[in-house]
Design a protein around this ligand. Structure first.
Ligand code: HEC
Length: 304
């Protein structure tokens, strides 16, 4: 997961909005399978396992595992294929493939993971079935005083909750219950506004929380920035990873975050889970009001 392009989100796609539903076999242009065999398999492997014949600086991921850094929705994958990923060998196919061919190969790639293929292109409502979904795009504000977030991230978990993050400095803003997300402009231009459909059941400090991570050293407290490093769906968990940096952009370590829930008195209660990894500094950490002790070099998990 850390092998991905990190911060650099794929640039906006310039296509005109369209609700064309791509099928595996188009009568015009190449089928998803043909496109894949001709233009993708050398890097991503014939069966999508990431073991292509081309030797890459950044190892291409296995599509079978279904973990995508830029979201596992058809729209997100379509954008990645159209625009490529800056800083990696993943090329942009906007000019070399027609829109239909790109949609067809999107379906083909997603189908490597049987869980993903349930979500179809063209449907404006994204539904969470038995695997979590991750969507990126422009988020409306979650409360009267909270700002909008041009760079947002929503994770839908299979318990019917949606976890809404700002993605510029990764912070959980709210948790919703109910339907997941409506995409306002499927495959369209602009920041892909996302419309969360659930009802807010938990709001993080009015929906505009201050930076939650601090490093406590002998000299004092250092506020940390959480830069989105990637997302992945693994063992049914949708994990969002951030790299924690100080103001001088020095990388201190990583935090993986994922949401879960318990039922308490008939109500669903969201739980935030964290795993801190890769920290070598000998200091304490603080998350919101919680002090975290750890041995440098060892991962630590906690829930809140
Ligand atoms: C020259 C090698 C190369 C070719 C050709 C190539 N890719 Fe990629 N691709 C990469 C690399 C490297 C990455 C970045 C690492 C990763 O995430 O797998 C990537 C990433 C991706 C991702 C993003 C995965 C994520 O994390 O969100 C998708 C989707 C993708 N490629 C699809 C395709 C498709 C479809 C084609 C053919 C039309 C294709 N690639 C052709 C090398 C290539």
């Amino acid at each position: 997961m850390s092998a991905c392009a990190g911060e650099s989100a794929p640039p906006e796609n310039q296509d005109t909005p369209s609700s064309t539903v791509a099928t595996a076999e188009n009568d015009s242009g190449l089928s998803g399978k043909k496109v894949y065999e001709l233009m993708c398999s050398m890097c991503h492997g014939e069966n999508g396992d990431g073991k292509g014949i081309v030797v890459l600086k950044t190892k291409a991921r296995s599509f079978i595992d279904g973990g995508y850094s830029f979201g596992n929705t058809p729209e997100a994958v379509y954008k990645t294929i159209s625009n490529g990923i800056g800083g990696t060998e993943m090329p942009a196919f906007k000019d070399s493939l027609t829109e239909q061919e790109r949609r067809a190969v999107t379906e083909y790639v997603l189908a490597f993971n049987p869980e993903n293929s349930k979500q179809r292109t063209g449907d404006p409502i994204m539904r969470v079935a038995d695997t979590p979904l991750i969507a990126r795009g422009h988020l409306p504000s979650v409360s009267e005083i909270a700002p909008e977030h041009p760079r947002g991230l929503i994770v839908g978990t299979t318990d019917g909750l949606s976890w809404e993050y700002r993605a510029d400095d990764l912070r959980l803003l709210a948790v919703r219950k109910g339907d997941f997300v409506e995409r306002a402009d499927w495959g369209g231009r602009g920041g892909t506004p996302l419309k969360p459909l659930g009802e807010i059941i938990w709001l993080n400090q009015n929906g505009d929380p201050p930076p939650p991570w601090k490093l406590i050293t002998k000299e004092g407290e250092v506020e940390l920035i959480a830069k989105l490093a990637g997302t992945t769906v693994l063992d049914g968990r949708a994990v969002v990873r951030a790299q924690l940096e100080d103001a001088n952009s020095q990388l201190l370590g990583y935090v993986d975050m994922w949401g879960s829930s318990i039922i308490e008195g008939g109500e669903i209660v969201p739980i935030r889970n964290f795993r801190l990894i890769g920290f070598t500094v000998d200091a304490k950490m603080q998350y919101e009001d919680k002090q975290i002790d750890f041995f440098p070099g060892y991962p630590i998990e906690f829930s809140k």
